[in-house]
Design a binder for this molecule. Structure first.
Ligand code: HEM
Length: 405
């Protein structure tokens, strides 16, 4: 069911049939996504919907992996399942297909290599401690609004070379982009225009006064000795800010939500030195169990996935988080095992677009969990208040009321 609103089609009916009418912007997606994917998997490897034109949602590791690895029949031009006539702009490398993809990725990759990211640890740790100090003397807090949302902004803002003080602007873009734009082309255009204006000014500023940051690297970018087109430079910057914030904010928030509601897991971390392997296995299990990111693809060639025909012009949601719960791929897939030894999750995707920021994300997650748990070893969710979760492309808690001690 849809209603027309000045030319844009807005769907508002809650989903009652996730196999034939899925919608990633439905409110149930935020809180119940894992149960939804598990229930769909009992019926079919590929759910479908007509809400965004025809679009498919794979829920098994086989189907997710087949799509992510097939760049012949699936294009990354559509990385968000949205209205089929939505205007798509390049944000390389995530929206690029072969052969262009390689050059764009190669340009950004060195900045996210371990030797660049590891030295950020001390400063990021100081920053996390500073957030915790601001809770001094408090008995309750919002672990999302007062903690998890800030750390990734700080990390990527420093790297790009934009001020932390603009964090509210970035979060507003994220909200409009991921929560509103898939249903409404006008919002997509407005938020894109806002981001392009901001980053256009940044490119001009760095051209006039270069600095040691990613904004300068992008301003001066060349491929094969030729300057990169300004459209593409805007796309790099837009992608880095969107991909660098909401994703890790959601992963940190999900981990804190989990530990706050599972005291047995929290107690396994109590007093553990920061070099104990349990911190790493915990972060990886958070990534598996609460993987925040799903990505769209445009079908560009008729093909078949797990027996389901898909046709040119349709869309697909590559549901990496659902694959992480496939019992065919993981032993005891429905259990959060804090010390899971073998954990080949696909939270960071797979194939040529595998996450470029995974070193940064992992560092921020480890620091966030370690510093929080060291400061509040007995914290728990506040039973009198509710956690709220986002739906859509990046899924994670946005308010986590907790009792600190
Ligand atoms: C827990 C946090 C994160 C998760 C779960 C995550 C997840 C993902 C996934 C699933 C993809 C694959 C997209 C596809 O197949 O279309 C991806 C790509 C990407 N991610 Fe992340 N990401 C996270 C953090 C970050 C951070 C901090 C950055 C830093 C800016 C970042 C930058 C990127 C970029 C640039 C790509 C595109 C790579 C390419 O197309 O070659 N991500 N991410």
């Amino acid at each position: 069911m849809a209603y027309e609103d000045e030319g844009s089609t807005v769907y508002s009916q809650p989903v009652t049939d996730w196999v034939n009418d899925w919608d990633w912007l439905d409110d149930q997606w935020g809180t119940d996504a894992v149960d939804i994917w598990n229930a769909v998997r009992e019926v079919t490897p590929m759910a479908m919907t007509e809400r965004y034109g025809r679009a498919f949602m794979p829920v098994t590791m086989d189907a997710v992996s087949a799509i992510a690895k097939d760049t012949v029949n699936f294009s990354s031009r559509f990385v968000s399942v949205a209205q089929p006539d939505a205007k798509r702009r390049p944000a390389p490398p995530i929206t690029s297909d072969p052969p262009d993809h390689k050059d764009h990725r190669r340009l950004l990759l060195p900045s996210f290599a371990p030797r660049q990211i590891e030295p950020m640890e001390n400063e990021l740790r100081e920053y996390a401690r500073g957030l915790i100090e601001q809770l001094d003397g408090r008995d309750t807090a919002d672990a999302a609004a007062e903690y998890s949302q800030h750390i990734p902004v700080h990390g990527i803002a420093q790297m790009i070379g934009v001020p932390d003080d603009d964090a509210d602007i970035f979060r507003d873009w994220i909200y409009r982009n991921f929560q509103l734009a898939p249903r409404d082309n006008r919002i997509r255009e407005q938020v894109t225009a806002d981001m392009r204006a901001y980053f256009g000014e940044l490119l001009d500023a760095r051209a006039a006064d270069p600095k040691d940051d990613l904004a300068t690297l992008i301003t001066e970018a060349e491929i094969d000795g030729e300057p990169v087109d300004r459209e593409l430079k805007l796309g790099y910057l837009l992608l880095l800010i969107l991909a660098g914030i909401d994703t890790t904010w959601s992963a940190i928030g999900s981990g804190l939500w989990h530990l706050g509601s599972n005291p047995d897991d929290l107690s396994r971390l109590k007093g553990k030195p920061f070099d104990d392997p349990i911190w790493l296995t915990m972060s990886e299990e958070v990534l598996r169990f609460y993987a925040p990111v799903t990505m769209g693809r445009e079908v560009i060639g008729d093909t078949e996935i797990s027996g389901c025909p898909v046709r040119k012009g349709e869309q697909v949601l590559v549901t990496f988080p659902a694959a992480n719960h496939d019992p065919e791929a993981f032993e005891r897939s429905d259990e959060f095992l804090i010390d899971r030894e073998v954990n080949r999750h696909v939270a960071f995707g797979l194939g040529i677009h595998r996450c470029l920021g995974s070193n940064l994300a992992r560092l921020e997650m480890n620091i966030a969990f370690q510093e929080w748990c060291a400061a509040f070893p007995d914290y728990r969710l506040d039973p009198a208040k509710e956690t709220t979760w986002t739906n859509g492309q990046i899924r994670g808690p946005r308010e986590i009321p907790v009792i600190l001690r």
